[in-house]
Design a protein around this ligand. Sequence first.
Ligand SMILES: *[C@@H]1O[C@H](CO)[C@@H](O)[C@H](O)[C@H]1NC(C)=O
Ligand SMILES: *[C@@H]1O[C@H](CO)[C@@H](O)[C@H](O)[C@H]1NC(C)=O
Ligand SMILES: *[C@@H]1O[C@H](CO)[C@@H](O)[C@H](O)[C@H]1NC(C)=O
Length: 228
Amino acid sequence: MVAISNAFITGVAAIAGLSPQAGGQCSLANYKPAFPANQTTLVAPAQAPKFLGLAFGVQNYTCSDASTYTAAGAVAELMDASCIASKPQFATIQNTAFTFWNLSQAPSIQTIIGQLQGLSGAPVLGQHYFVTNPVTGTGISPKWDFTSAKFKGNANAFFVGAVKANLPSPTDPTKNVAWLDVGKVQGALADEVFRYDTVGGQPPSSCTPGTALSVKYVSKYALYGGSI
Ligand SMILES: *[C@@H]1O[C@H](CO)[C@@H](O)[C@H](O)[C@H]1NC(C)=O
Ligand SMILES: *[C@@H]1O[C@H](CO)[C@@H](O)[C@H](O)[C@H]1NC(C)=O
Ligand SMILES: *[C@@H]1O[C@H](CO)[C@@H](O)[C@H](O)[C@H]1NC(C)=O
């Protein structure tokens, strides 16, 4: 067991009420993501999600010759939020979580992922990152990988997807990355993943060609279907 005294981890665990508990997951039978009214871009499935993650991480960018940032993947840690989903404060927990994650002394996302991996009982679902597009062999695809946490040792516990629908953040699209509906390409973990309640992650509007940037973000991820 690794001792984690870091203010960030303590803060996120405390605000989220994500105290480690044996078995971890609570029922999501009554949980439905709240998407904006008057739009049909993102529609929550009728059934309940299988997994609900509160994620913190970074969105990566590289600066193009046109001096604008181009998306270049992301890395995030998904904490199991199923046991707090029914609490009123869950509706805005992303703002509180972002405040902690945005603390200047917060360690890198890779450090946090490594530390949490060594912490027995930590309510980690898994990680989100990008892999080479498995269909075309070029470009990158988003992956959600629970094989080293929630389903340790189960090589099928992943989902590689492709974005089906994209809704600009209803709060502040210049600061917060878009809300997404992601369809399945590979894996048994889920058939569909939604990213929503995003905070942060957007890059500045201009940059110096050739440079790269990681921008902190927080979001919720709801995973539906799957055969795990
Ligand atoms: C949705 O549209 C209706 C009718 O135009 C309007 O009265 C309502 O305020 C809208 N709701 C939101 C959340 O925009
Ligand atoms: C994104 O940036 C982080 C560091 O900020 C790095 O650890 C990670 O490997 C990068 N991921 C990609 C896909 O570039
Ligand atoms: C995040 O922290 C930086 C300072 O480290 C600050 O400049 C920035 O405004 C913060 N972002 C938000 C959205 O609070």
